[in-house]
Ligand binder design. Structure first.
Ligand SMILES: [Zn+2]
Length: 315
């Protein structure tokens, strides 16, 4: 399982055809960042379920643009589903059905995640998205929005944010703490009684950045039965790593894994690669080229069992 892939953003914002084989996409991709993911590379690796995002960059355009982009990305996932390329897991029965069919047809299952609530004008705007399959939401993305502060713009959980958490509880939408300002994350953990996780974040103790989770927050997440998805991305592993520098050894990733497992237990940690648009092959640790290489990083629980058990508890 991969708990964070911005597949539709990657396809739309970077114009990549993710239905191509990875080598074919790499051969014709014009961007300096070498592509890391296609639907085929996920199939080859045996990724059975991915949390697939709906994401509009809040630094570009306004709320109506973001809403339009989110619905366009949703339509892309639905089009892939109509072609038999993926299965969108909307309800518990879809997940159970998927798990029984996956070993034979190896069709990727997608659980939809809205990354940042900024496209929603009001908390009630979550309902039509839930009706089309949305099951996870992170309140903010980097910047502050009407619901909560973000990792790059500190701020609390607002009244509208609290109303959105109530809506999520009622609709069965889980809370992703990634990108949330620390203050807002503590408030959200108190206010929200549904399932919590962090789909893509690393250990702040090893990389002191507000983008990552403090030891206290990791422990609180584990106490709620939540899972952390670790990101094999060099800039998230070591402070100061910059684009263009030498790729880090795999050890840089394994240190975060050991630290998180020390705080959350081995059942609390998995993968959330975030491998797509934002960075490429040049920015991930040595020894990793595509999803199949992740298999060397951990046991069955780390590679998917932990996320799957979390999902099966509430989905
Ligand atoms: Zn994302």
């Amino acid at each position: 399982m991969d708990a964070h892939l911005d597949l539709a953003y990657n396809a739309r914002a970077l114009g990549r055809d993710l239905t191509l084989p990875l080598e074919a996409l790499r051969a014709l991709d014009p961007h300096p960042d070498t592509p890391l993911v296609t639907l085929e590379s996920l199939k080859e690796a045996g990724v059975a379920v991915a949390f697939a995002t709906l994401f509009a960059d809040p630094r570009e355009g306004g709320r109506e643009d973001w809403e339009e982009e989110v619905y366009a990305q949703l339509a892309l996932y639905e089009a892939w589903e109509a072609r038999g390329l993926v299965r969108i897991l909307r309800e518990g029965r879809d997940l159970k059905d998927h798990l029984s069919r996956y070993p034979e047809d190896r069709t990727l299952g997608l659980v939809l995640l809205l990354e940042g609530a900024h496209p929603l004008a009001f908390p009630e705007d979550l309902r039509p998205l839930r009706a089309r399959g949305l099951r996870l939401l992170s309140l903010s993305w980097a910047t502050q929005n009407p619901y909560a502060g973000g990792n790059a713009e500190e701020g609390p959980l607002t009244e509208r944010g609290r109303a959105l958490l109530k809506e999520m509880e009622a609709l069965g939408v889980a809370l992703d703490l990634s990108h949330l300002a620390e203050e807002a994350a503590w408030e959200a953990l108190k206010a929200y009684r549904g399932p919590v996780c962090a789909t893509h974040a690393n250990c702040r103790a090893l990389n002191p950045s507000s983008r990552h989770l403090s030891d206290e927050l990791l422990k609180a997440l584990a106490a709620r039965g939540g899972v952390l998805g670790l990101v094999p991305y060099n800039a998230f592993l070591e402070p100061g790593w910059k684009r263009g520098q030498k790729r880090l050894p795999l050890d840089a990733f394994l240190r975060h894994k050991a630290h998180a497992e020390g705080l959350m237990g081995p059942t609390g940690v998995g993968l959330g690669t975030d491998w797509d648009g934002g960075f490429g092959l040049e920015a991930i640790p040595q020894g990793l080229d595509r999803h199949r290489d992740l298999r060397a990083l951990g046991d069955e629980g780390f590679l998917g069992g932990n996320w799957l058990r979390w999902l099966l508890r509430w989905f």
